[in-house]
Design a protein around this ligand. Structure first.
Ligand code: SF4
Length: 320
């Protein structure tokens, strides 16, 4: 029997590699990875990721500062981070009300990040705490570059090798089951493996840094009124907005994970070579009634109206 090989666009797995998010997406639905590898992104869905993207970028830059940042530093950095988003909107890719949503986001991020710096000022007062901030890795797994960027590696407690992966997650809701869920989190396990491979030091686990996405709506308030209300809310309940907890790594589970990861990548390579089929997994199109796949419209309509081509394969990485 002749095996029909189909090339996946210009994407080359051996050259461009994969990220953990890319692999997770492929495991959920192969068609989704095909769209993404062809650089298609949704105009509509991107708004859901604005808050996380801007907070991550702002914290990345702030954590590189030697002194505790002041309000002016935060304001300037958030403004710079927002500039890219405003630019995108001005290019006309977004709807009219996106600009209002961006202005509200700008206020939210500035208020939350200013309060974060005050709440976690120890991040700056003890520089010894950081082994690395924004650590970009690229390791070979089964002939495929596995790439990614980790928010940080921190030292905690006694001992120079007491390393932890530091990972920020922005959430609007936190389930009571979150610690159990994070114990098997694909991303965390990839990151621990990447640190161990790069530095020859096995991290003790993952230190999670939760930054809440404020649920407050603008309603009938003006932006300055909203700013004031949000600052008061954070002052009243800082522990709701900022939480940290540790998930201790289990070495035997990590070993199982690495074996699984290798098998996943072997299978992924075969798919890239056209030796495994591409199909739509309808079980991954939506979950919980709230989350819909970014390519839902494309799969329903069969065309790419409402989508645009990204400039970069991995926008989250410095080197693309
Ligand atoms: S909408 Fe469903 S079938 Fe289509 S790419 Fe997304 S998950 Fe896959």
């Amino acid at each position: 029997m002749r095996i029909q090989r189909k090339r996946r666009g210009d994407y080359n797995y051996a050259k461009h590699g994969v990220t953990q998010g890319w692999l997770q997406s492929w495991l959920a639905c192969r068609q989704k990875t095909r769209y993404y590898s062809e650089l298609w992104s949704s105009l509509k869905e991107s708004r859901n990721f604005w808050y996380g993207g801007v907070v991550h970028e702002a914290l990345e830059r702030l954590h590189k500062m030697v002194e505790v940042p002041n309000n002016e530093d935060v304001k300037q950095i958030v403004e710079d981070c927002m500039a890219t988003l405003y630019e995108e909107l001005e290019k006309g890719r977004a709807k009219k009300d996106d600009m209002e949503a961006a202005e509200l986001l700008h206020v939210n991020v500035e208020v939350v990040v200013s309060a974060y710096v005050e709440h976690w000022s120890e991040d700056w007062s003890d520089r010894n705490h950081w082994v690395e901030t924004e650590f970009e890795f690229n390791i070979d797994v089964e002939g495929v570059p596995l790439r990614g960027k980790i928010d940080g590696i921190v030292r905690r407690g006694k001992g120079n090798d007491n390393w932890w992966v530091f990972e920020t997650k922005t959430r609007s809701q936190i389930s009571d089951d979150l610690p159990r869920q994070l114990a098997v989190d694909f991303q965390s396990q990839v990151y621990q493996y990447a640190v161990a491979r790069t530095y020859d030091t096995v991290p003790k686990g993952v230190y999670y840094n939760i930054v809440r996405n404020p649920g407050l709506k603008l309603g009938s308030k003006t932006l300055p009124e909203h700013r004031e209300r949000l600052a008061e809310d954070i002052e009243k309940r800082p522990d709701w907005y900022f939480r940290r907890f540790e998930i201790i790594g289990d070495p035997s589970d990590n070993k199982d994970f690495v074996n699984d990861l290798k098998k996943i990548i072997q299978e992924y390579k075969l798919w890239c070579q056209g030796l495994r089929p591409c199909y739509r997994n309808r079980g991954a199109c939506y979950s919980g009634g709230f989350f819909s796949c970014a390519y839902l419209d494309a799969c329903i309509s069969g065309n790419m109206i409402g989508y645009y081509k990204r400039d970069r394969l991995f926008p989250e990485l410095e080197s693309d």
